[in-house]
Design a binder for this molecule. Structure first.
Ligand SMILES: [Zn+2]
Length: 436
């Protein structure tokens, strides 16, 4: 589906890899690693997903230090944040491919079990780029001793977890302060991220915007309001705390038009198959991380262009003369990003409220759907009626359709944008796979 794949299945790498399969790796770790790989393969063979969770879980049961053993000898980047980490991990993996084979947890298994499984499968790749769930970042920093940690953003994910934003920033802050050798690449536009990252002596800043500001009105240091003069639609503003010295640091990497300015002041055009300014920001972040490994932007740009989809997201499929594109929106911040990515075309919104989505849909009222005014909007999903109420209040006309297939029939040939939350996205993907 895309140009640069995960390391397994890719051709064997160059000669400098022996240090990873270090013969001094303890016997227990070797055994655990082997069991982890076998279990993952069995799970895949049984048709139960890619097996990375069960494989990693078994490996860690046998050797709790397995992740540390597997990480040893590799140069590693960790990518964390609430939104964009799967895509940024994918793009960073592509960029770092300039240096050699790169291991990654490309199936979105972003907890230590998934990391363990990805590295156990990866053999002797000298590099790894790992997406890390924000709750596990401190633990994974300790286990993997990464060279670089990228911090994208922090916002509420599900309503019942809203209070955790400041707590999470505090955990990140402590983890980075305890690992002063780690280089941090962090978003200057997110006050929570800046507060966490400035505990590191090696922070490099990028500016990728912050569309969702509702979780960072108040300074995490002193509690005073954050001022955001002249914020643009991408949420870029020279923000500062009105009560203490917390303020936006000067960013070395800045998204400008359809490209990025690097720390030397050179502008690079970023051409992607992935849509929207949000992904230009993700690509700029990937370039900033890769630069910490000695990769120059001009070496990596062609590789970024070849990434066509990420775990089914942004995938474009043809159906009955409609070009259907799937966008995942899992929390308020990512809805705003999806509106940025979607073209001016008929747009289907699909909302479920099953366990992985969170059962409470009142977050719909936190999202401003006004950017959809003037488009042909269709709605579906288990909780289409909750969405209907929200759109009514937001003054966005819409049509309700019962199924995805009905939506396809209801729009003229041409582009159909689909924005769906987690299980709704999976349902539509499954339906497309069945039909195609
Ligand atoms: Zn303050």
């Amino acid at each position: 589906m895309e140009g640069v794949r995960g390391p397994w299945g890719a051709p064997a790498g160059s000669g400098n890899l022996a240090r990873v399969s270090d013969p001094s790796m303890p016997l227990r770790a070797k055994l655990a690693s082997s069991v982890s790989r076998t279990a993952a393969a069995l799970s895949r063979a049984a048709g139960r997903g890619d097996g990375s969770v069960i494989g990693g879980w078994l490996g860690l049961k046998i050797d709790p230090d397995l992740l540390a053993h597997l990480a040893s000898g590799r140069e590693i980047a960790l990518i964390s944040g609430t939104n964009g980490k799967t895509t940024t991990t994918r793009l960073t993996t592509a960029a770092l491919g300039v240096r050699g084979e790169v291991a990654t947890n490309s199936f979105g298994a972003n907890m230590p079990t998934g990391h363990t499984s990805a590295l156990a499968k990866a053999g002797t790749t000298p590099f790894a780029v790992l997406e890390v769930d924000e709750h596990y970042l401190a633990q994974v920093i300790r286990s993997t001793a990464p060279r670089v940690v990228a911090l994208l953003n922090l916002s509420r994910d599900q309503l019942d977890r809203a209070k955790e934003v400041a707590m999470m920033a505090q955990l990140w802050r402590e983890a980075l302060a305890a690992s002063p050798d780690v280089r941090v690449v962090a978003n200057a536009d997110d006050p929570m991220v800046v507060w966490a990252a400035r505990s590191s002596p090696h922070a490099a800043w990028f500016s990728a915007g912050q569309r969702w500001t509702d979780d960072s009105w108040v300074c995490p240091e002193c509690g005073a309001p954050i001022a955001r003069p002249a914020a643009d639609p991408a949420g870029v503003s020279d923000w500062h705390c009105t009560g203490c010295d917390l303020r936006r640091p000067k960013a070395g990497w800045v998204v400008e038009d359809d490209g990025v300015v690097d720390p030397d002041g050179r502008w690079h055009k970023i051409e992607l198959q992935l849509p929207g300014r949000v992904n230009i920001g993700n690509a700029a972040t990937a370039l900033a991380v890769a630069a910490e490994f000695g990769v120059r932007p001009e070496q990596a740009l062609g590789r970024l262009r070849r990434v066509a989809s990420v775990a089914g997201r942004y995938a474009q499929v043809e159906r009955d003369g409609r070009r259907v594109r799937l966008l995942l929106a899992k929390n308020p911040a990512s809805w705003l990003e999806a509106f940025d990515m979607a073209e001016e075309a008929p747009t289907l919104l699909s909302i479920n409220a099953r366990d992985p989505d969170g059962l409470d849909t009142s977050w719909l009222f936190d999202v401003d759907f006004a950017p959809l005014r003037g488009r042909d909007v269709l709605i579906t999903g288990d909780r289409a009626y909750d969405l209907a109420v929200r759109l009514e209040v937001n003054d966005v006309p819409f049509r309700h359709v019962r199924t995805f297939a009905d939506a396809v029939r209801a729009v003229p040939p041409g582009r159909l944008e689909v924005i769906a939350n987690y299980t709704a996205f999976q349902d539509i993907r499954a339906e497309l796979d069945r039909v195609l």
